[in-house]
Design a protein around this ligand. Structure first.
Ligand code: ADP
Length: 182
């Protein structure tokens, strides 16, 4: 399966993606994780991304799209993948559409994790990541509403919406149920 997970920061995409990737035997490709790995390894890409991540702003599309393009062309992604945190802007969605066209494949579904902003601030503050301070979280939420939410319309034909409020197992069950109907 080729899936994209979309949802505001703290919606639980990463948690669900890890479990789902194991079950479907496809790689979990998280742009946030890729940036953080580049940052710990102090690669030029990581160093470039750092300022944006610290502020809760998006890393420029050219950097992000290049990183994803390279990752999607690795052999383990040939038979499927779960993209978590990408695309996050309409230009990124256009770039992804072009990459998939080139590879001769298509997305099976775009899953929206539906959750209210106020529910997730508490979750994120408990996570303890360095970009999880209240101001930076609020900025990531604003960026989500402005830049990412328009993707829901872009992908309306493939969109599957899952209520992401509740225990991890409950959400996993809803997600599995929704995907079984794809
Ligand atoms: P969250 O979903 O909680 O915001 P992520 O780990 O997905 O956390 O992203 C952390 C940061 O990484 C973002 O605030 C942004 O700076 C950067 N980032 C991740 N994905 C993208 C993307 N697709 N485009 C641009 N920047 C991204």
């Amino acid at each position: 399966m080729r899936l994209v997970l979309v949802g505001p920061p703290g919606a639980g995409k990463g948690t669900q993606a890890v479990q789902l990737a194991e079950r479907l035997r496809v790689p979990h490709i998280s742009t946030g994780d890729l940036f953080r790995a580049n940052l710990s390894a102090m690669t030029p890409l990581g160093v470039e991304a750092k300022g944006y991540m610290d502020a809760g702003d998006l890393v420029p599309d050219t950097v992000t799209c290049g990183m994803v393009r390279a990752r999607l062309s690795e052999p383990d992604a040939a038979n499927g993948f779960i993209l978590d945190g990408f695309p996050r802007t309409l230009p990124q969605a256009d770039a992804l559409d072009a990459m998939l066209d080139e590879l001769g494949v298509a997305l099976d579904a775009v899953v929206e994790f539906a959750v209210d902003d106020e529910v997730v601030v508490g979750r994120l503050l408990g996570r303890g990541r360095s970009d999880d301070t209240e101001d930076v979280i609020r900025n990531r939420q604003k960026v989500y509403r402005q830049e990412t939410a328009p993707l829901l319309d872009h992908y309306r034909d493939k969109l599957v919406s899952v209520d992401a409020v509740g225990a991890v197992d409950e959400v996993a069950e809803r997600l599995a149920g929704a995907l079984s109907r794809v």
